[in-house]
Design a protein around this ligand. Structure first.
Ligand code: GLV
Length: 325
């Protein structure tokens, strides 16, 4: 009988998928922390591994691949792949797979909900009632959503769904991305604006681009200074796209109205993180895709990807690392 391929698994597998992977591979269930500091037995398994099914907590770089010299495929349980050094995996010919498509609606929902909650002061009003302030007088007014401008920084699958949802609420939608999306424009989903104009004209600015070496830290003091004092910033993409210190400064000083963040630079953040003390910020624990249905679809796709790759078939979702770099 042909030897089964060794596959390291740090992604959380439901029982039925764990049984499937265990039946078709020599599966090594482990954790990101264990892979970072493996004992002798795990270090040996890492030397044999041809596949890795993982969350983005495992950094894929030269050091990791030196310890997994036979690795052929990394299947991320995520659409993002900012845990991967793209230059390194191209040079070492390691295939990267991800889970595009299946999480778009769930993430678009969270971005849309956050902008609605910010505009209508939902979280402030919740605190207002619980703290007993209502009995002392009416709550401050919030804002109409209809007629405001939503700026989308990035217009991929998720951005498009946010545009659709936003249009149902009567928002005007604009977008910027380096390569114009003629299809989205022709479909009437969003108007194109230059990048600076997008920051300047938006009442809500929502981030929908990937974290890459080019986008890391690309939204900072300069961009926040372009925004209206009344505008809200929403990020459901990756914290690292933003200069977090600059964001905290403009929020603290009221130079923008507020922010809704599902992602931070270093996750998880502790309860005493400066963002947690800002009353004009809504925080979520990186749960854009964390619904039962979506996470199930993601893990199924991630499993199909890794099994296909280690069994010599073409996986459904392979990242074009040259294009992404
Ligand atoms: C979640 O953040 C993902 O990249 O899937």
């Amino acid at each position: 009988m042909r030897e089964r391929p060794t596959v390291l698994v740090t992604a959380p597998l439901p029982d039925d998928l764990r049984d499937l992977v265990a039946a078709r591979t020599d599966m090594v269930a482990t954790t990101a922390d264990a892979l970072a500091a493996p004992d002798e037995a795990l270090a040996q398994r890492m030397k044999e591994a041809v596949g890795l099914l993982t969350t983005i907590r495992v950094k894929i770089d030269d050091d990791f691949l030196d310890r997994c010299p036979k690795l052929k495929v990394v299947s991320n349980f995520a659409v993002g792949f900012d845990n991967v050094d793209l230059e390194v995996v191209q040079r070492r010919q390691v295939m990267i797979c991800n889970t595009p498509g299946v999480l778009d609606a769930a993430v678009a929902d969270i971005a849309t909900v956050m902008l609605l909650c910010l505009g209508r002061r939902i979280f402030q009003n919740d605190r207002f009632v619980r703290e007993g302030s209502w009995a002392k007088g009416p709550a401050p007014y919030s804002l109409d959503i209809a007629g405001k401008t939503l700026g989308l920084l990035g217009m991929g699958r998720i951005g498009r769904l946010v545009a659709e949802r936003a249009r149902a609420f009567g928002l005007k939608v604009a977008y910027y991305k380096p390569n114009r999306d003629g299809e989205a424009e022709a479909a009437g989903l969003a108007n194109y604006l230059e990048r600076d104009a997008l920051f300047a004209e938006s009442d809500f600015l929502s981030v929908h681009c990937p974290l890459t070496p080019k986008t890391r830290g690309s939204i900072g003091a300069r961009e926040f200074a372009l925004m209206k004092k009344s505008a809200f910033f929403v990020n459901t993409a990756r914290g690292g796209i933003v200069d977090e210190a600059a964001l905290i400064a403009v929020l603290r000083e009221g130079r923008i109205a507020g922010a809704g963040l599902d992602v931070m630079v270093k996750e998880p953040i502790p309860g005493d993180h400066p963002l947690c003390s800002l009353p004009n910020v809504i925080l979520q624990p990186h749960i854009g895709s964390a619904t039962h249905e979506t996470r199930r679809a993601m893990i199924e796709l991630a499993v199909r990807n890794v099994l296909a790759a280690v069994e010599g078939r073409q996986p459904e979702a392979v990242v074009d690392t040259a294009k992404a770099a």
